[in-house]
Write a new protein. Structure first.
Length: 233
């Protein structure tokens, strides 16, 4: 992931050429297969509890720092400790590791967990000056600020709001853990067509569903499935 570009991944296109669908499949309506209902009490990972959004502080701006991948939380903890030890805690506001909640199917149950939106990046709310720039940049496992060299450019309000909005909405409606692409081969793992395989013919990102062409009795049949009902081959 490039330092200057942390734009969220776009959803796959819904467009598909008719030539990819076998002739006999056009005459058939997609078979709708609904996922098995989860148990009454879903398995939810402890770390998936919703967190309160960062407090707005108009005296400080948001900056992005780049870290070693996998050390985002250690950097956040180290930065808090250094702020206390070196007396600049009043210049540091919120420290945010953007995450989103994702859901997957395990043993017929929906399991929710968290994943980082931008691995290797941490957002810091701070009053920027030369000394503070130096202190943050020299925090262990920090490689530097994103953009601007010695004078980093703060995030705009729209950029910050976009990140916070995505984090908040994922807590209410977790995203599928996997992403798919058109013509990708998948195996069905849930429902009456379990253990069948086929190719993705259409992706509906709004509904989190796929239309998969499955060969049944020698004929390619379109089957509508939930994202959670398939896995990549």
């Amino acid at each position: 992931m490039a330092e200057e570009d942390i734009t969220p991944i776009q959803e796959a296109s819904d467009e598909q050429p008719d030539s990819l669908v076998p002739e006999e499949a056009h005459a058939e309506a997609p078979v709708k297969v609904h996922p098995v209902e989860p148990a009454s009490v879903s398995e939810v990972a402890p770390e998936a509890a919703a967190e309160a959004p960062p407090v707005v502080d108009e005296t400080k701006n948001w900056y992005i720092i780049h870290t070693y991948s996998g050390f985002e939380q250690k950097v956040a903890d180290s930065l808090k400790g250094r702020a206390q030890a070196f007396g600049f805690s009043d210049k540091i506001g919120q420290i945010l590791i953007p995450t989103e909640e994702v859901v997957e199917l395990r043993g017929g149950k929906k399991v929710t967990s968290k994943r980082m939106l931008y691995p290797g990046y941490v957002l810091v709310q701070m009053e920027m000056n030369d000394q503070l720039w130096h202190e943050v940049k020299n925090t262990p496992r920090v490689t530097g600020f994103v953009g601007g060299g010695n004078s980093p450019v703060p995030l705009s309000s729209d950029e910050v709001n976009s990140i916070l909005y995505r984090q908040e909405t994922s807590a209410k409606t977790p995203r599928p853990k996997m992403t798919f692409e058109k013509n990708e081969s998948v195996k069905i793992i849930d429902g009456p067509f379990a253990n069948f395989s086929g190719k993705i013919d259409e992706i509906n990102g709004d509904r989190n569903t796929l239309r998969v062409l499955v060969t049944i009795f020698g004929r390619a049949t379109p089957v509508e499935l939930d994202f959670l009902q398939v896995e990549k081959m």
